[in-house]
Design a protein around this ligand. Sequence first.
Ligand SMILES: NC(=O)c1ccc[n+]([C@@H]2O[C@H](COP(=O)([O-])OP(=O)(O)OC[C@H]3O[C@@H](n4cnc5c(N)ncnc54)[C@H](OP(=O)(O)O)[C@@H]3O)[C@@H](O)[C@H]2O)c1
Length: 328
Amino acid sequence: MKKFRWGVIGAGMIAKTVCKEIVKSGRHEIAAVYSRTYENAFRLAKKYGAKACRTLEEMLSPDSVDAVYIATPHSVHYDNIIACIEAGKPALAEKAFTVNAAQAERVFALSKQKKVPVCEAMWTRFQPVVLEVADAVERGEIGEIKRFKGGFSTPATWVRPFLSDRLFKPEYAGGALLDVGVYPLSFSHMLMGVPEEIKCTAKLGEGIDYGDDIVLKYSDGAIAELTCTLEGLRSFKGVIEGTEGKIIMPNYTRPKKAVIYDKDGRKKRVIKGKRGYIYEFDAFADCVARGEIECRFMREKDTVEVMKMMDECRMQSGLRYPQKVEKA
Ligand SMILES: NC(=O)c1ccc[n+]([C@@H]2O[C@H](COP(=O)([O-])OP(=O)(O)OC[C@H]3O[C@@H](n4cnc5c(N)ncnc54)[C@H](OP(=O)(O)O)[C@@H]3O)[C@@H](O)[C@H]2O)c1
């Protein structure tokens, strides 16, 4: 069978991890790589027998690739996605999809106009255990949701010298919210939709946020208590409480396991599964093959509504990136 040919923009940490994983399945191949620094594109391309491109136009040329994976800093996603759509190349772009909701809305409008599929690579929403949990919640296995408590905590500031500087620079739309806060927000959105009220406080410095505390209140009285930080011990725990039980996920962002309890605290069942990046790549390739404009696991609505929640959080905390980064 002919393999699905990916072009990759960016040759940093996540691009390397993802390329390594997706080629193992045998369905995908890395056909071309473009990055800001040609030597980095060349090194990554060489590992996969792919073409290293000196310009983005070269990578987006007519018969080059079947779709593009965008793994650049947040501030670059918008221009990259627009370039892909204009060239007729489907684009799977890393989270956070864009810097703000206005950019995301423009991207989706162009995607529909040109009939070129785009999707946010929010890998959590493609994980088999997450899909089973969503299904269990949908079927009322824990009753009505009353509360979701989830965070994403990482010690980035402690290991800062070993990380790329995109996380700490406002010109890259760095900081905790767009990089890691997007996980609990997107997960809450999957479970509970758009809240009636958002309250966000953040610790700011250097033009970015080191961490945020967010409370979402819903019209039915449900609540989500979310945290994200670049200054904490690694933690990704998520707890969904319902009127008839609860679900505990040691790592809701990329779970291998979720445990469902009844309302008396007795274990009812355990959901287990594999995790990985492959699920979003398979789903997007399926979507391209079927000629669909959006991917059912991560639709336009999911991305835009979460971007709007992040806009509101940044408005409340006073976090604004430079004008050229916020442009739409
Ligand atoms: N899904 C996940 O689990 C996950 C995990 C980590 C990160 N991410 C997301 O992935 C994205 C990248 O993160 P990362 O940690 O991989 O960052 P990174 O290590 O800093 O890599 C970014 C890459 O983009 C390249 N780049 C920068 N500006 C560019 C431009 N204008 N045009 C083309 N290439 C450009 C860099 O260029 P050089 O070639 O000059 O180095 C570098 O190769 C972010 O959106 C992040 O939120 C997702």
